[in-house]
Design a protein around this ligand. Structure first.
Ligand SMILES: *[C@@H]1O[C@H](CO)[C@@H](O)[C@H](O)[C@H]1NC(C)=O
Ligand SMILES: *[C@@H]1O[C@H](CO)[C@@H](O)[C@H](O)[C@H]1NC(C)=O
Length: 320
């Protein structure tokens, strides 16, 4: 035991000295370097992996980053399980090349006593939640509230893009970054162009997820009349705003790389917005239950990091 402890401590001491000399200000790296010997607190590595993945982008724009995006997943305060799943799913993805995508959760005000306390704990732990001033049943004003808040909240360090993402959608951030790289940075709107190009005069993006350039969010923020214009589903109203203002003229429909989930056990057919998982996916939507999430995450090799161990045997073979 003592010998084990010593064997473990020697590299730790070396690492600690190394970090103190090279990165005197970076205590998180030192912490995660120490984690292997800290058996009393086995949570540290996971939390630091999550927070590191989330917050890497929050620093000033490094020269090797092409663009920064606020990737806001709109959800409800009481969807704790979904947030836990999404956090893991995004933290375990490969970091997108030359893009900083800040994955954040966007919820309306915390009305319930339990949500205030429990969400406060999440914020302390992960610091990845934006709480808007809206009420959950005000389903028509949330989109306006969200986009119009961003330019004010990040006036000091504006992003290049703002995304409004559904909480039953899984994006592959590297594929997203690669497809956006060659596209316009201004007056831009990216998503799943609905309804399947039937009427280009009347276009809007499916609520599964859309991204606009920051100038579009800034325009929404200075257009209070949009707050009152919320007839019909929100995402169609958003399309109407863009037409009204002559905004977002650089429109990019990412179908068929964005689509609704389908597997062979479902009583549904392939159509213009739904098909089985494909390797070059940008986003898959309608992940309504754990099984659909599990199949999707396995398909995209999210389980590859599982190491063999005497502690478990996990059978990951598909059952369909
Ligand atoms: C919500 O309202 C409070 C009080 O007016 C304000 O301080 C805060 O910045 C608002 N939050 C957002 C996200 O706009
Ligand atoms: C998952 O990994 C396998 C084996 O390495 C590979 O053949 C497959 O293309 C990967 N799937 C995706 C969606 O990248």
């Amino acid at each position: 035991m003592a010998a084990n402890m010593a064997a473990c401590l020697v590299p730790v001491v070396v690492l600690a000295l190394f970090y103190l000399v090279l990165f005197p200000n970076d205590f998180s790296q030192l912490q995660s370097a120490l984690a292997p010997c800290d058996s009393g607190n086995s949570v540290t590595p996971v939390v630091s992996k999550l927070t590191e993945a989330y917050h890497a982008a929050a620093k000033p724009k490094p020269a090797d980053v092409d663009f920064r995006m606020f990737f806001g997943i709109v959800t409800r305060a009481d969807f704790y399980e979904r947030r836990a799943l999404l956090r893991m799913a995004y933290a375990l993805q490969p970091r997108p090349r030359r893009a900083a995508i800040d994955v954040r959760f966007v919820i309306c005000s915390l009305d319930k006593e339990e949500d205030a306390v429990l969400v406060a704990l999440e914020i302390i732990t992960y610091d990845d939640i934006l709480v808007l001033n809206c009420t959950e049943n005000m389903n028509d004003g949330k989109t306006y509230e969200y986009f119009s808040s961003l330019p004010r909240l990040f006036a000091d360090e504006p992003y290049d893009y703002a995304g409004k993402i559904d909480d039953d959608t899984y994006y592959r951030l590297e594929a997203l970054a690669d497809t956006l790289r060659a596209k316009a940075r201004r007056d831009m709107w990216h998503g799943f162009l609905n309804p399947c190009h039937i009427n280009p005069e009347w276009q809007y993006m499916s609520g599964m997820g859309y991204i606009v350039s920051w100038d579009v969010a800034e325009w929404i923020a200075v257009s209070p009349e949009l707050r009152e214009d919320h007839e019909g589903p929100e995402d169609m109203a958003f399309g109407r705003w863009m037409r009204k203002g002559g905004k977002a003229k650089n429109v990019y429909g990412e179908e068929p790389r964005m689509y609704d989930y389908l597997d062979r056990e479902m009583y549904a057919d392939v159509n213009c917005f739904r098909h089985e998982l494909v390797a070059d996916t940008v986003a898959v939507h309608k992940l309504k239950d754990r099984l659909k999430w599990a199949r999707t995450l396995r398909f995209f090799n999210a389980t590859d990091e599982l190491k063999p161990s005497k502690m478990y045997h996990v059978d990951l073979t598909p059952k369909i």
